[in-house]
Write a protein that binds this ligand. Structure first.
Ligand code: HEC
Ligand code: HEC
Length: 336
């Protein structure tokens, strides 16, 4: 009886089905997730994947305490980095299995290649810059209690980096390991279709994320299935709003516990459906900057629905309750 909030009996039944069939996330059931290598292309690829150390190997010293704090922030960001989170997501909702899962942009694969040059913001990004990007956009920090991401030098960054450093021990620096990022997805045969995507969503996603895409919380208000759009999801500056990024993530990671279930076409179609709904505004869009300006400045060169009118709604305008506080600093175009 865990999913009683907001949805009544139907949710309770669906929720327990999900648990019975082993489809619930590991932190919900208490079971260790099978180290998912299912998204790899074959045995050869699997053999090459790095296995990060087990949580039980975190040392019992001050370093270990920082690692544990970092892990706690990663798993429950809204509680443990409360001031900087403006939606219902946690880092581990997109970087699965506490940032360990290959092809869900795992942290062991990211850590060794930073600092790195990113053409997106045309500068060398430290790991701190990169994490800041995910707070700004994926965690919608503009609507957080502090109105922005953690300031540079914050312990939030130190602890997260301690966790990633610990997790990537043994990997050579400067080399991108197999399993990094969301993995490849082929181009779709047909132009992605929101209409076909809606049917894919109803059949494969709504059971957990809700027919309205708003996810589900337990009776204590803890997010069990995260929202995919709307005011409590990632904003229009986040990497996941790009249809190609979402398609790759979905193909390799969703439905949860059944990666690879969707065909390439289905992954693109459902990504188009998810990413053509309203979500919080791009935090760079402050003051007089209109969606039209935003389209020219930041959104002309990639794959997404920002600036389009869908079902009579201009996408990119955001929601009224969003803070208009501080715009991210110039050059802070790091996505994520
Ligand atoms: C809504 C989904 C989402 C959430 C939530 C999210 N991220 Fe990300 N993150 C992304 C995407 C998309 C990328 C880009 C992946 C790629 O480049 O393939 C990314 C990339 C990253 C990278 C760089 C990975 C690499 O391989 O270079 C780091 C580090 C990172 N995120 C950390 C975090 C942290 C820390 C949090 C929580 C504070 C977080 N993310 C929350 C979607 C998310
Ligand atoms: C069995 C339940 C389940 C099903 C079915 C499922 N998801 Fe998820 N999904 C989750 C959970 C749980 C997470 C967060 C992962 C975590 O915290 O371990 C997630 C995360 C996500 C995220 C990133 C976080 C966010 O809120 O944006 C996206 C995007 C996503 N799912 C899309 C889909 C799509 C599209 C489908 C259908 C093809 C789907 N999911 C099917 C449970 C599910």
């Amino acid at each position: 009886m865990i999913l009683a909030v907001g949805g009544g009996l139907a949710l309770v039944v669906l929720g327990s089905l999900v648990v019975d069939f082993g489809l619930a996330p590991s932190w919900l059931t208490g079971q260790k997730a099978a180290r998912s290598t299912a998204a790899a292309d074959g045995e050869g690829e699997k053999a090459k994947l790095f296995t990060p150390p087990d949580e039980s190997a975190i040392p019992d010293d001050e370093f270990g305490q920082s690692v544990r704090r970092g892990m706690a922030i990663f798993l429950d960001t809204g509680t443990n980095a409360h001031d900087f989170v403006g939606n219902d997501l946690s880092c581990s909702n997109c970087h699965l299995d506490a940032g360990r899962q290959a092809y869900s942009a795992p942290m062991w694969a990211a850590y060794p290649v930073y600092p790195k040059y990113r053409s997106k913001n045309k500068m060398v990004n430290t790991m701190e810059d990169r994490i800041k990007g995910c707070f700004t956009y994926s965690m919608n920090a503009q609507a957080s209690p502090s109105g922005g991401p953690p300031p540079y030098g914050s312990d939030v960054y130190r602890d997260l980096q301690a966790y990633f450093f610990w997790m990537s021990k043994g990997l050579p620096t400067g080399e991108k390991p197999e399993g990094a990022g969301f993995g490849k997805i082929d181009k779709p045969e047909k132009e992605p279709s929101r209409e076909r995507g809606e049917a894919v969503f109803a059949a494969n996603c709504a059971v957990c994320h809700g027919a309205d895409g708003q996810g589900q919380k337990d009776i204590n208000g803890k997010v069990v299935f995260p929202p995919l759009w709307g005011p409590r999801s990632y904003n229009w500056g986040a990497g996941m709003h790009k249809v190609d990024a979402a398609a790759a993530f979905i193909k390799h990671n969703m439905p949860l516990s059944q990666p690879g279930k969707l065909s390439t076409q289905e992954a693109w179609d459902v990504a188009a459906f998810v990413d053509s709904h309203p979500r919080p505004k791009d935090p760079r869009q402050v003051g007089d900057i209109t969606v039209e300006d935003g389209l020219k400045k930041w959104h002309h060169s990639h794959d997404g629905f920002y600036g389009q009118t869908i079902d009579g709604v201009l996408l990119g305008t955001g929601f009224p309750q969003e803070s208009q506080a501080a715009a991210p600093a110039a050059g802070d175009n790091s996505g994520g």
